[in-house]
Write a protein of this length. Structure first.
Length: 332
C-alpha cells in the first residue's frame, strides 16, 4: 500500500480526466483479486444464505458487477429447515435458525443455476454446500461437476443451526480435515471452506483444512446466540439458540480474519457485519483477500454495490492502485 501526505497525485499512476486544469483526477484502480484459480473483478461477494441465488436482488443490483455470487446452502436432497419462528432481531444484529432449508441440488440446478447462467454472465457462481456427512458434501459436488456454470464451492462446515453435520465438522481439526480431503478429491475447481468462530482456535481449524488442499477459507459464519421475550418468558426462536450476524459480530470477525490470515497462506474471505466500503477495507487490512456482504443485504438490497464503490473510493483517496495491495496492510 502506498500512502502520500502531500495531496499530490503521481501522473504515472493515474489517468487525468481533466488534464491541464489539474483538478479532476480519476485513478485507474485495479480491483481484481484471486482466490485459487478464480480471478474476481473485485473483492466483493455475497454471503451465503443472505442473497438467495440473486434472483430476488436482480431488480436492485446489477449482478454482473459482483466479484462473485455465493449461493445459499445446497444439499444433496431437499431439507425442510427448522420450525418457525427462526429469525429474531437484536440490538445490533439478527439471530437466525433457518437450518439450511433448500430444495436439494437437482432443483437448485434447474431453477437457480440456469437462471444465474442467463442473468449473471461473467460473474463466478460459488455454490455453498451443506451436508450431514462427508459423503453428502461429495454427492453435491459430483452432481455439480458436470455443470459449466459453477466456478467453485464453499463448503459449509460451520452452520450452528443443524443437529448433525454443519458446525459439528468445523469444530474439530480431524473432521474438518476429513471433509476437506473428501471434497478436494472430488473437484479441481476452487474449493473454499467456511469456518465457524464457535471454537477455541479458528486458526488451528484453518491450518487443518489448508493442509488438505482448500484453496481458501471463509471467515466467519454466525456466532451462537439467543434472545428471550421477558413478558412471555419464552425464547424468541423456536429452536431457542441461533446464529448471530450483522454489525454486532464485526469485531469478532475481524479478529478471526486477522488470526487466520496470520496462520495460513491461502486467501481468506472475510465476512461478519460488513455494511459499507470502510468495513470491507478493514477486513482487507486485517488480511482478507476478498469479502462477503451478508445481513446488510436485508437492510439495503444494494449493499454489495455500495461496498464495491466504497472500496474504490477508499483506494482513490489513499492512492492505492491495486485493491489487492490492501490485503494484510494493517500496521501493528
Ligand atoms: C439468514 C441467514 C442464512 C444463512 N445461511 C447460510 C448458509 O446457508 N450457508 C452458510 O455457509 N452461511 C450462511 N449464513 C451465514 C452468512 O453467510 C455469514 O457468514 C454470516 O451471516 C456473517 O456475515 P454477516 O454478518 O455479514 O451476515 C447465513 C446467514 C444468515 C443471516
Amino acid at each position: 500500500m502506498r500512502s502520500r501526505n502531500d495531496g499530490s497525485t503521481p501522473r504515472s499512476a493515474c489517468s487525468l480526466a481533466d488534464l491541464g486544469r489539474g483538478e479532476i483526477v480519476t485513478l485507474n484502480i485495479d480491483l481484481r483479486v484471486s482466490i485459487g484459480t478464480l480471478e474476481l473483478k473485485n473483492p466483493v461477494m455475497t454471503a451465503s444464505g443472505t442473497f438467495a441465488s440473486g434472483r430476488e436482488f436482480a431488480d436492485f443490483v446489477d449482478l454482473t458487477r459482483l466479484g462473485a455470487i455465493v449461493t445459499k446452502g445446497v444439499s444433496a436432497c431437499a431439507w425442510p429447515g427448522n420450525p418457525s419462528p427462526r429469525i429474531a432481531e437484536t440490538a445490533s444484529g439478527m439471530l437466525n435458525s433457518i437450518g439450511l432449508q433448500n430444495p436439494g441440488v437437482d432443483a437448485f440446478v434447474e431453477k437457480d443455476l440456469r437462471w444465474l447462467e442467463d442473468n449473471a454472465p461473467g460473474t463466478p457462481v460459488i455454490v455453498n454446500v451443506s451436508g450431514h456427512s462427508a459423503e453428502d458434501y461429495v454427492d453435491v459436488i459430483r452432481r455439480l461437476e458436470i455443470e459449466p456454470g459453477v466456478a467453485g464451492y464453499e463448503i459449509n462446515i460451520s452452520c450452528p443451526n443443524v443437529e448433525q453435520g454443519g458446525m459439528a465438522f468445523g469444530t474439530d481439526c480431524l473432521s474438518a480435515a476429513a471433509v476437506t480431503a473428501a471434497c478436494r478429491a472430488a473437484t479441481a475447481r476452487t474449493l473454499i471452506v467456511k469456518l465457524t468462530p464457535n471454537v477455541t482456535s479458528i486458526a488451528e481449524i484453518a491450518r487443518a483444512v489448508e493442509a488438505e488442499g482448500a484453496d481458501g477459507v471463509s471467515v466467519i459464519n454466525t456466532l451462537l446466540g439467543m434472545a428471550i421475550d421477558a413478558e412471555s418468558c419464552r425464547p424468541l426462536l423456536a429452536r431457542v439458540v441461533g446464529g448471530l450476524s450483522g454489525p454486532a459480530i464485526k469485531p469478532v470477525a475481524l479478529r478471526a480474519v486477522w488470526e487466520v490470515a496470520n496462520a495460513v497462506k491461502v486467501p481468506v474471505i472475510g465476512m461478519g457485519g460488513i455494511a459499507n466500503g470502510t468495513d470491507a477495507v478493514e477486513f482487507l487490512l486485517a488480511g482478507a483477500s476478498a469479502v462477503a456482504v451478508g445481513t446488510a443485504n436485508f437492510v439495503d438490497p444494494t449493499a454489495t454495490i455500495r461496498v464495491i464503490d466504497g472500496i474504490r473510493e477508499y483506494c482513490e483517496r489513499h492512492t492505492v492502485l491495486r485493491a489487492r495491495d490492501l490485503t494484510g496492510a494493517l500496521r501493528v
